[in-house]
Design a protein around this ligand. Structure first.
Ligand code: PGA
Length: 250
């Protein structure tokens, strides 16, 4: 009942011309996708990629958003600026932003509120570090990260967000959570949402897996009942690889 969503996270890769070319390659390969297809691109690529997307089935995403509407915040980009640039989705709270750029659960929440208010769909990233998994702290941690990120949204708004469960130890490392591990932790996240917003809302929220997801492992992960899609880093930079992930059901 939940429509799967596969999103590419290009991170700090591809200039505008390269980005537009990647999307042009992608369009014919993903035109019959049964899932929602999103590319989350660097801010400098938004215009060129939007032009390249045209009226295809690919949706445009950004990788961060500031929480203020406007003002003296040098270097930042507001939710309204993204909307007016044709953006529909925005990644919030990626572990790289938490690790390198001082992102906290509180600022994640502020960004989520600003994004939703402007009409963007946030892709909210949560996930544990290796030592946190070893210490068996994964379940309370992802519960806490998820519930703080959603604070202040109505149940109706919560039902439309996307959450990406990304175990930090699996990002860019080639290590993937096993299908069962990913499914189990995503189940924990859904249960946390059900506990606060009701089962009906939790049943609507799409929760992706992210962390070295690629053509070779997408089928197994997507066969799990709790996993509604993927947030794809490395494998989203090559059109054929990303298309194989998008067409996991073909
Ligand atoms: P990866 O990145 O697929 O390269 O592991 C995923 C992500 O960071 O979103």
């Amino acid at each position: 009942m939940r429509k799967p969503i596969i999103a590419g996270n290009w991170k700090m890769n591809k200039n505008p011309e390269e980005g537009a070319n990647l999307v042009k390659e992608l369009i014919p390969l993903v035109k019959d996708a049964a899932c929602d297809v999103v590319v989350c691109v660097p801010a400098t690529d938004l215009y060129a990629v939007k032009q390249a997307i045209g009226d295809s089935n690919i949706h445009l995403g950004a990788q961060n958003v500031h929480f203020k509407e406007s003002g003296a915040y040098t270097g930042e980009i507001s939710a309204d600026m993204l909307v007016k640039s044709g953006v529909e989705y925005v990644i919030i709270g990626h572990s790289e932003r938490r690790q390198y750029f001082g992102e906290t659960d509180t600022t994640v929440n502020q960004r989520v509120l600003a994004a939703v208010k402007a009409g963007l769909i946030p892709i909210i990233c949560v996930g544990e570090k290796k030592e946190e998994r070893i210490a068996e702290y994964t379940d309370p941690l992802v519960t806490y990260q998820t519930l703080i990120a959603l604070t202040g949204l109505t149940a109706e708004e919560v039902s439309k967000v996307v959450i990406a469960y990304e175990p930090v130890w699996a990002i860019g490392t080639g290590l993937t959570a096993t299908d069962e591990q990913a499914n189990e932790t995503i189940g924990v996240i859904r249960k946390a949402i059900a506990g606060k917003y009701g089962q009906n809302v939790a049943d609507q929220v799409r929760i992706q897996y992210g962390g070295s997801m690629k053509p070779a492992n997408v089928k197994g992960l997507m066969a799990q009942c709790e996993i509604d899609g993927g947030l794809i880093g490395g494998a989203s930079l090559v059109a054929e690889d990303f298309a194989k992930v998008v067409n996991f059901d073909k």
